[in-house]
Ligand binder design. Structure first.
Ligand code: FAD
Length: 123
């Protein structure tokens, strides 16, 4: 997908959103606080209401209802995100992604010394 310079297509928006969501899941702490678990559930619920493609938002609402967010650890969230993305893939006739490879695809964020980890720079 070429992100170009004009308004977004449904495809660009989707791609950008999945990049954000899988990267967020990959960087989510292995031992999240209650607040972090609450935040990620809230974020998904908000996304299902405000996602700027109505048909996608409505579909995602159903997907969430049938597959409540699992965020007791970063690994769990990454697998959950992969599963829900695969549900969307299937509904669009796209190939599914092997979730055992999700860490290889999204695990390492290309930034300096953990500077973009949720828990701050590693010492
Ligand atoms: P994308 O599906 O955007 O995926 C981006 C990259 O993620 C892929 O190249 C692949 O490397 C990787 N990937 C693919 N699957 C997985 C997985 N399971 N786990 C981890 N990584 C993976 N479009 C519609 O037309 N109708 C809809 O109802 C709709 N609902 C959507 C709901 C949400 C919440 C989101 C975020 C997007 C939705 N979209 C919808 C957009 C659609 O999912 C795609 O983003 C869009 O079609 C572009 O697809 P793509 O082939 O570029 O890859």
């Amino acid at each position: 997908i070429d992100f170009g310079s004009g308004p977004s297509s449904k495809e660009m928006l989707g791609r950008a959103t999945w990049i954000f969501l899988h990267t967020l899941a990959a960087q989510f702490p292995q031992n999240p606080t209650r607040q972090q678990r609450r935040d990620v559930k809230e974020l998904m619920a908000i996304l299902s209401r405000l996602y700027p493609c109505k048909e996608c938002a409505d579909h995602f609402k159903e997907v969430l209802k049938a597959n409540p967010v699992e965020a007791d650890s970063g690994a769990e969230l990454a697998q959950w995100m992969c599963r829900v993305h695969n549900i969307v893939n299937r509904s669009l006739g796209k190939p599914t992604f092997p979730c055992q490879r999700v860490d290889a695809r999204w695990g390492a964020l290309d930034c300096d010394e953990g500077a973009c980890n949720l828990q701050g720079r590693m010492h």
